[in-house]
Design a binder for this molecule. Structure first.
Ligand SMILES: Nc1ncnc2c1ncn2[C@@H]1O[C@H](COP(=O)(O)OP(=O)(O)OP(=O)(O)O)[C@@H](O)[C@H]1O
Ligand SMILES: [Mg+2]
Length: 311
């Protein structure tokens, strides 16, 4: 028997299945085994996202650096290039992808084959634990073993269709979700997001080391909230410091994929639920679009399926 998502009842029903952390050395493996889920290994991961030609995780050791913003804007950039794109919100405890894509009212639906239907907006398919709760402000009070199991289901029990790119928006840290993704999904590449200041790079270094440890290829570093130049005065403001992304890239011999400036419009677009890549002026879109180009230039991603293949 598998854990089933049931609208309105999900947290309680899943909570009942939670083993106590004290009586299991690895509660996750027990839980997965109980529900017939074989446990992958980061050196030989399961392929639970075989529906996607490329799987890119957007990650960072640090919270609030712009992972979700980067994920939805990258998704938009690829959707605008006619790629079939999905975003999996892996931030179980703080899902923000639904709001960033104006899908905060979306709730789970099942198709005739009893599979969960993705929400969709701006040409991007979306699945998030945020869509499983009765209201967007319902907190999920789950042990990580349950969160892990839920993540696996959001990959396997969802009708994603054939995707060219699945972007996974990761929570901050180097914990269970990060490990699960490395073990259960063949990740094509990781995009590591940092802000320019030293205190962020400390956490991000740990994330880089973890990715190396679990053998996930790193496409490169994205520095977000880089200094911006005021359009009216031409004065440069380094609100979050300067140079952290370049320093990390040099330190770990990784490409610096982008230095995305701090832009009021980026924050406003997030709150409005329309990515800057969709709503912004050409010069506001350019840094994100260049990030997509740089990601492709790493050579890690496979080309999208030709459109004819579907017909
Ligand atoms: N380049 C930018 N310019 C201005 N504001 C930005 C930029 N990038 C992100 N933000 C804003 O910073 C805040 C944090 O961004 P976001 O939620 O994407 O970060 P996160 O790393 O996903 O956070 P968490 O760790 O909580 O998941 C949001 O309010 C977002 O709108
Ligand atoms: Mg986030």
């Amino acid at each position: 028997m598998r854990i089933r998502f049931a609208a309105n009842q999900l947290p309680d029903r899943l909570a009942l299945t939670v083993p106590s952390m004290s009586d299991a050395a690895d509660p996750r493996s027990k839980l997965l085994a109980k529900h017939g889920l074989a446990f992958g290994h980061s050196h030989a991961p399961n392929d639970r996202a075989s529906f996607a030609k490329n799987v890119v995780v957007v990650t960072s050791g640090k919270g609030g650096v712009g992972k979700s913003t980067v994920a939805v804007n990258l998704a938009s950039a690829f959707a605008q290039r006619d790629w079939k794109v999905g975003v999996l919100d892996a931030d179980v405890y703080g899902p923000s992808v639904p709001r960033l894509l104006s899908l905060d009212d979306a709730r789970l639906e099942w198709n005739d084959a009893d599979r969960i239907v993705c929400a969709e907006n701006f040409g991007i398919k979306v699945m998030s634990v945020g869509m499983t709760t009765p209201t967007p402000d319902t907190p999920l009070i789950w042990r990580s073993s349950v969160a892990t199991s839920a993540m696996v289901q959001l990959l396997e029990d969802v009708e994603w269709g054939e995707l060219d790119l699945l972007l996974i928006d990761m929570p901050p840290g180097t914990g269970d979700t990060q490990l699960t993704m490395a073990q259960e999904v063949r990740v094509t590449a990781a995009v590591v997001v940092t802000t320019p200041q030293l205190v962020a790079t400390d956490d991000v270094r740990r994330a880089i080391r973890m990715l190396q440890e679990v053998k996930v290829p790193i496409a490169g570093i994205v520095e977000n909230m880089s200094p911006f130049t005021a359009p009216d005065t031409g004065v440069k403001y380094a609100l979050f410091g300067e140079g952290g992304g370049r320093w990390l890239a040099e330190q770990y011999h990784l490409p610096l994929l982008a230095e995305l400036p701090f832009m009021l419009a980026a924050r406003e677009a997030g709150d409005a639920g329309v990515p800057l890549m969709v709503s912004g002026a050409a010069e506001q879109k350019r840094p994100w679009d260049e990030l997509a180009t740089r990601l492709l230039q790493t050579g890690l991603l496979m080309a999208p399926r030709p459109q004819e293949e579907e017909r």
